[in-house]
Design a protein around this ligand. Structure first.
Ligand code: FAD
Length: 278
């Protein structure tokens, strides 16, 4: 059972509870991106088991009729076991999802995984005519080239600032540099993409920049934020734009919750307020 202090950031331990959360969000005009918590499996059985769980999840989404998709971490479905295990499991999830018209996102992990993740994305999004999305990170200097490669493909691309501590020869380290890169990559996307732009950020400045670029170029975009972070803003933005909430669930909730609390004092206060009911 997830304690109330964590339940602002994690929807529950099982898919049924997570789908109930999506149902409630959908009523507020926000769509759901479901993520089963888990990463860095070094043996094949747990990676296969989580891939099975995603196949069952996309079936459940299809049957329930909620407005939801899934987002999968490469190391959760076998990347640390071998590239081919990851590719096989991802293809299995995407096949099942495409049969039910459910979209599949691939999260991006550290820079050592970028090439294999983008290659798998490219293959599967072509095969499904755009039913797959991939995340790219503004802190990586290579991202301008990656965006040029991704621009002509069907599918969607989520731009985030980047959650991994990367070496300084390949990554921007200062917040101001990452923010500058985020803006420039957004500009590149609005200039060169025909659609499929996802702004994965809570930063009002980045969201405003995307809104301005949308006004200038007319290209559609969506906004993605995490469960438990700036939720009232998510609901307000949903009046005007397509908004998706990234919703983690599953038994491995503790380390995810702990990361959210460590990264910002606002998150700790928010969690605490929910418990004391203020
Ligand atoms: P920050 O620079 O952290 O914050 C900027 C501003 O946003 C703050 O000044 C504040 O105004 C506002 N803000 C931020 N957090 C809060 C808060 N808790 N409460 C109130 N205001 C706040 N990273 C990856 O590396 N790979 C992924 O696949 C990936 N997927 C993601 C998917 C989604 C949907 C999202 C939202 C993030 C994802 N990330 C991923 C994480 C991302 O890389 C960043 O680490 C994370 O989003 C924090 O950056 P930020 O853009 O929100 O802005």
């Amino acid at each position: 059972m997830i304690p109330p202090i964590a339940s602002n950031f994690v929807a529950g331990e099982d898919p049924e509870t997570a789908l109930e959360h999506v149902q409630e969000l959908n009523e507020e005009g926000v769509k759901g991106i479901l993520n089963l918590l888990g990463e860095h499996y070094h043996e094949r059985p747990p990676a296969d088991a989580d891939a099975d769980a995603y196949v069952a999840l996309v079936e459940a989404i299809g049957e329930s009729g909620v407005d939801a998709c899934v987002s999968v971490k490469p190391s959760q479905i076998g990347l640390d076991v071998g590239d081919e295990v990851f590719e096989e499991n991802l293809a299995r999830i995407v096949d099942g999802a495409a049969d039910r018209d459910v979209f599949v996102w691939v999260d991006m992990e550290d820079h050592t995984t970028t090439d294999v993740t983008l290659d798998a994305y490219e293959r599967l999004t072509r095969e499904t005519d755009g039913m797959v999305g991939v995340c790219v990170q503004a802190n990586l200097k290579r991202t301008a080239d990656d965006l040029e490669r991704l621009a002509p493909l069907p599918g969607k691309v989520r731009l985030v600032k980047g959650a991994y501590d990367e070496p300084k020869d390949i990554a921007y380290k200062k917040k101001s540099e990452v923010d500058r890169a985020y803006r420039e990559y957004l500009e590149l996307m609005f200039r060169e993409f025909e659609g499929g732009i996802a702004v994965g950020s809570h930063d009002p400045k980045m969201i405003d920049h995307a809104r301005d670029l949308h006004e200038e170029h007319g290209t559609d975009f969506e906004i993605q934020m995490l469960m438990g972070v700036r939720e009232s803003t998510q609901f307000d933005l949903a009046d005007e734009y397509e908004v998706w909430q990234y919703i983690p669930y599953g038994s491995k909730w503790f380390s995810y919750f702990y990361r959210r609390i460590r990264e910002r004092k606002e998150n700790a206060l928010f969690a605490l307020r929910a418990v004391v009911g203020n």
